[in-house]
Design a protein around this ligand. Structure first.
Ligand SMILES: [Zn+2]
Ligand SMILES: [Zn+2]
Length: 622
């Protein structure tokens, strides 16, 4: 194709003196003088040199052509920041981030600064948390450290916990969320240190005109001390309006000392104080930096590898196993094997097509296709390359043959094995593994505590619904916070974390309903047997009341608000509460008699109902 034949629509940009054509991946042409490009980007400089050195076929219509992987739109935007024309600022934040990432890739430092300036002119950095979260997510996606930090700073001023973020939990991968949480934690720690130091030493110098009762522990007055301290916990309070509110509250306080002259602090004093505080807060944020984006992306990739089993193998192991061939354990005869399946770490397994096809409709289809003429073979046997590693394939193959089956010794590895069965439609093998893995004595402890959160993340990513259901329930016995999730947060994909949070809230609601039914005093309610305890608060107009100790056993007052920060009540936990309470109430003959006669059936029923309340909630996937 020559330039004269080029449809005009394909020409996006033309600058006088053009001597090179940049071609986008969607076949748009941009004709430019290369001197400008070479000057602004060392990477494009190299690419242009290579193009010019290449033999003829890259040249079209006498001008050399440099093929680039970006779209015409993005390249067009980019060029308007290189040439002295009116800059085209992208219309959306996402496109602006993409443009910046392209400029970053081509190492155009001054162009990046110019783009940033223009983008900020069009839309200033967000102060709202949700907008900042969106920006942070985009910045992570496009590898833009400056933007990620800027957004993280805004976000970290707000509370960073599961209940506050619940609706936003599916906005970004767990790995990004984890970095954000770590950043937030660091900000708070450093702010606390620096603000304490400021209270102890720096603040006083800025407050020369302030007359009030001085705090004994520091050099400022009590209310100001409290205000400065509160910023470390909630950096959002670093705001002149919040400061004025704290002052107003102090002035309304009737108990304040006669010497207090806080109502007439000179404006200049406030200004000096504020400037000093601002520099402390700014410096604290600057001290914190998030993990390098590239490091983060690398980690993310390795965690999302097809099989986590391969994580435990290092490069040397893989090298030593290259092209080794593994057979099944004796006495199985695989001498007439007619297929090789190869693991991701290059171990060959000799198997029979018929065995594989019988267990898996996936392989049945695959093996019924004619074999491509250029496909690889070993000893005359065709090779099928799979993405699972050798350890996993060894387990999988052992299940298909009449040999002792090799079930992994950790719950996580069983999850990956089940996921492989799911992928290859091996339903029977999957149920066999489920049965074997749960057979007594157990090969491994079922996931509990933090491992339950990790197992949930894996099961959710692999679409293993039965395991999600079972593991989700196990997470209820632990708090669900960023602290308890820790690095496990990185494993969560898409909406998994939000779904788990909602599941937990539904369980809580059920438990609350169950406990309320036990607070009913009227028969036939199970608690009516307790009506009559003389220590119960004075009955009003013969209205029956429950003993105080029982009300305490049944009331989890903060359950509503502490759903994420505390474990949910368990049947055994409530039995323990009941027994402790009745023992401390041992001077009441009425209650002891009821306990002796009907106590054990009462507590059994309570346990049963609570268990039922926890179990009738399903994850939303069934
Ligand atoms: Zn005062
Ligand atoms: Zn009593």
């Amino acid at each position: 194709m020559t330039t004269s034949e080029e449809p005009l629509a394909n020409l996006l940009f033309e600058y006088p003196g053009a001597d090179i054509i940049l071609r986008s991946h969607d076949a748009h042409h941009l004709r430019v003088p290369k001197s400008h490009i070479v000057h602004s980007s060392p990477v494009l400089d190299e690419l242009i040199k290579t193009t010019l050195d290449a033999p003829g076929d890259a040249h079209e219509a006498l001008l050399p052509v440099l093929q680039l992987p970006e779209s015409g739109e993005i390249l067009h935007n980019l060029l308007t920041f290189i040439f002295p024309v009116i800059p085209l600022v992208p219309s959306t934040t996402e496109k602006a981030m993409e443009l910046l990432s392209v400029a970053q890739k081509y190492q155009m430092l001054s162009v990046m600064a110019y783009i940033r300036y223009n983008v900020t002119q069009q839309s200033p950095p967000p102060t709202e948390r949700d907008t900042a979260l969106h920006l942070y997510h985009l910045a992570q996606k496009y590898g833009l450290r400056h933007e990620a930090l800027q957004a993280a700073r805004t976000i970290s001023k707000h509370p960073m916990n599961i209940e506050d973020l619940e609706d936003e939990l599916d906005m970004m991968p767990g790995a990004s969320l984890y970095e954000l949480w770590k950043y937030s934690e660091k900000v708070r720690t450093i702010l606390e240190l620096n603000l304490t130091e400021f209270r102890m030493s720096g603040a006083r110098d800025t407050l020369m005109g302030l007359h009030c009762v001085m705090s004994s522990s520091s050099q400022t007055t009590g209310w100001l001390d409290d205000y400065i301290e509160s910023i470390a916990d909630a950096p959002i309070l670093f705001d002149l309006i919040e400061f004025s509110a704290a002052l107003a509250l102090h002035l309304e306080d009737d108990s304040r000392d006669d010497s207090c002259a806080c109502g007439s602090i000179p404006t200049q004093t406030i200004r000096n104080f504020w400037r000093a505080l601002e520099s402390v807060v700014d410096a604290s944020f600057k001290e914190v930096s998030i993990i390098d984006i590239h490091e983060l992306l690398k980690k993310l990739k390795s965690l999302q590898a097809e099989s986590a089993l391969s994580l435990v193998q290092n490069q040397e192991d893989i090298q030593s196993k290259v092209n080794s061939t593994t057979s099944l354990p004796e006495p199985l005869d695989v001498s007439d094997a007619n297929l090789i399946i190869r693991s991701s770490d290059l171990v060959n397994f000799r198997v029979h097509k018929a065995v594989l096809a019988m267990a898996s409709p996936f392989f049945e289809d695959l093996l019924s296709l004619p074999q491509p003429s250029d496909s690889e073979s070993v000893d005359g046997l065709p090779v099928v390359q799979l993405t699972e590693d050798a350890e996993l394939l060894h387990s999988l193959v052992s299940i298909l043959y009449p040999v002792p089956s090799v079930i992994p010794h950790s719950y996580e590895k069983v999850l990956y094995l089940l996921a492989a069965c799911q992928k290859y439609d091996m339903d029977e093998a999957q149920s066999y593994i489920r049965t074997e893995a749960n057979r007594w004595p157990r090969r491994f402890l079922p996931p509990s505590g933090n491992t339950a959160f990790c197992a949930y993340a894996i099961a959710s990513e692999k679409g293993l619904i039965l395991e999600m259901e079972c593991v989700a329930r196990r997470t209820l016995d632990r708090p669900m916070t960023f602290e308890t999730l820790g690095e496990g947060l990185r494993l969560f994909q898409g909406s998994a974390l939000r779904d788990l949070a909602r599941f937990r809230e539904r369980c809580r609601d059920n438990i609350i309903t169950c406990l309320k039914s036990f607070l009913q005093v009227d028969a036939p309610g199970p608690s009516s047997i307790w009506v009559g305890c003389p220590s119960a608060s004075e009955p009003q107009r013969n209205k029956p009341v429950l003993p105080i100790w029982l009300c305490e056993v049944l009331s989890y007052e903060d359950l509503e608000s502490q759903v994420f920060t505390h474990p949910l009540p368990t049947p055994s936990g409530i039995r323990a509460r009941y027994l402790t309470a009745i023992q401390t109430h041992d001077d009441c003959f009425f209650c002891l008699r009821v306990h002796g006669k009907k106590g054990s059936s009462f507590i059994s029923q309570l346990e049963k109902m609570l268990k039922h309340a926890r179990e009738k909630v399903h994850t939303s996937f069934l």
